[in-house]
Design a protein around this ligand. Sequence first.
Ligand SMILES: C[S@@+](CC[C@H](N)C(=O)[O-])C[C@H]1O[C@@H](n2cnc3c(N)ncnc32)[C@H](O)[C@@H]1O
Length: 246
Amino acid sequence: MPYRVRPEAYGEALSEVYDRMYGEIDTPAAVDFLLALAGPGGRAVELGAGTGRLAVPLAEKGLRVQAVEVSEHMLAKLRERDPGGLVDTVRADFTEHVPGENVDLCFIACNTLFMVPERERQIETLRKVAQALGPGGTLVVEVYDPTEFHQLSKPELQARHLAPDELMLDTITVDRVNQVLVEIHTLIRGGSVSTYTELSRYAWPSELDLMARLAGLSMVDRFADWTRSPFTAAAHRHITLYRKAG
Ligand SMILES: C[S@@+](CC[C@H](N)C(=O)[O-])C[C@H]1O[C@@H](n2cnc3c(N)ncnc32)[C@H](O)[C@@H]1O
């Protein structure tokens, strides 16, 4: 059964709380990691840049950053974070458009590739990235390892405390056949309740490497986090580097 999502819907539902959902996680380490790959003054493209958590500090450190983002709500938050307009924003669906040529670094962080709910469109996105990368350019993908979720036999409930009067309850189920994780976010804010259903079409690391190979990219390195810890069977996510094949 194919899943359909309107990609703008995520930002419409969650832009107000996004920065509190993820906090700063390991943003400084991610920025250092990405900066080192692009080189001084390098040209970078972020797919699904959201509120600019990564794009803005990278631009502040001298990278020329293009931020592709489908949601006007998320872009409004990015602009608040970037009053000087250092980041070049491109409002587009990255499955249809990846800007630039001779790009040094393209990155897609925080499980955003899995937000594309069909494998073929994920491969098409990777193909577009391969076209935009220059010789020696790198794609960085950050996604979760699905092993733990794939084994879920009943819904898992997670709670996040976002602010004194804000609580997010996440109910997670999986469709194992289609490798889709269905996450219902229930947001309780100051007495009002809203829900948003997020879909995530997951892939195992080896499958992702194969998808990348179909798109003309070769895997060159994989880490368990942004501080370059080795990727092991215990890792819950990975950060993987790809370069143009050949
Ligand atoms: C989980 S957030 C990650 C934001 C940011 N990369 C970060 O690491 O904080 C995913 C973002 O990707 C955007 N997005 C999802 N699908 C997209 C698509 N097909 N094209 C462009 N943006 C998309 C969403 O609107 C959202 O802002």
